[in-house]
Write a protein that binds this ligand. Sequence first.
Ligand SMILES: NC(=O)c1ccc[n+]([C@@H]2O[C@H](COP(=O)([O-])OP(=O)(O)OC[C@H]3O[C@@H](n4cnc5c(N)ncnc54)[C@H](OP(=O)(O)O)[C@@H]3O)[C@@H](O)[C@H]2O)c1
Length: 253
Amino acid sequence: MARGDETALVTGATSGLGREFAEQLAQRGFALVLIARDEIRLRQVQQDLISRYALPVEILSADLTSADGVAFVERRLRDRPVRVLVNNAGFGLKEPFEAQPIEREEQHLDIHVRVPMRLMHAVLPAMLEQGRGNIVNVASVAAFTPRGTYGAVKLWVVSMSQWANNRYGQRGVTVTAVCPGFVHTDFHQRLGAELDDVPSWMWLEPEQVVREALRDAGRGRGVSIPSVRYRLLVAASRIAPPSLSQKLAARGR
Ligand SMILES: NC(=O)c1ccc[n+]([C@@H]2O[C@H](COP(=O)([O-])OP(=O)(O)OC[C@H]3O[C@@H](n4cnc5c(N)ncnc54)[C@H](OP(=O)(O)O)[C@@H]3O)[C@@H](O)[C@H]2O)c1
């Protein structure tokens, strides 16, 4: 592939995992389309990537919790198809479910479920016609233990990705749910979570998460769990008694 011949679109590309997806996809020679709300931050990332990789970098400021914002990105995907779609944008909620305004819960459901579903639906026809494409959906290890609406939306992402990977993989389009544990990004700070009690061995860096995610997507895997330690934890959670799962869930919101 010549540099810039193929394009990757990344949502939530100004920070954390999305910023790292943009970086590693640029290293692989992809032209980029980057989505987030904050236009100033988008421009900074755009300039930084263009100056270091000399590749086309398009930015689109869109609030993906709004119908107009997601329709704008869908139009971009239908007008000029991409080879890689990374559904990454997301946020968490701090208040317990019963105290959280239901409108905020709906936005949370939208960004983690409705948006990836709509963007996958928008890119799939062109990817299937070309017989190639990679969709990467950022889920979480929270999908594997009941953890309120966050675990529930991420479980949807895992289930949908596994099904879609089985269905479309044989036609050249892979769909991979990436399930990281705790990662050093802006996510927890934005949410106002206090995580001083999380041991240091449980923290991952975005570089490793994204490197393993892109490797697994390239191998056509439906699920990617970055790091050996989290693969072991997930395997253990599958055989743990339900009482232990309930204890873990009680630590979340
Ligand atoms: N960090 C972790 O420990 C962890 C673990 C497992 C899974 N994840 C998942 O990883 C994904 C990325 O999170 P992160 O940790 O990288 O968080 P982050 O550093 O807070 O980055 C979030 C990104 O999403 C964008 N975004 C947020 N709301 C948006 C909206 N309404 N419309 C458009 N863009 C929006 C943000 O930009 P703007 O604010 O400018 O819009 C930012 O670019 C999320 O899906 C999260 O659930 C994170």
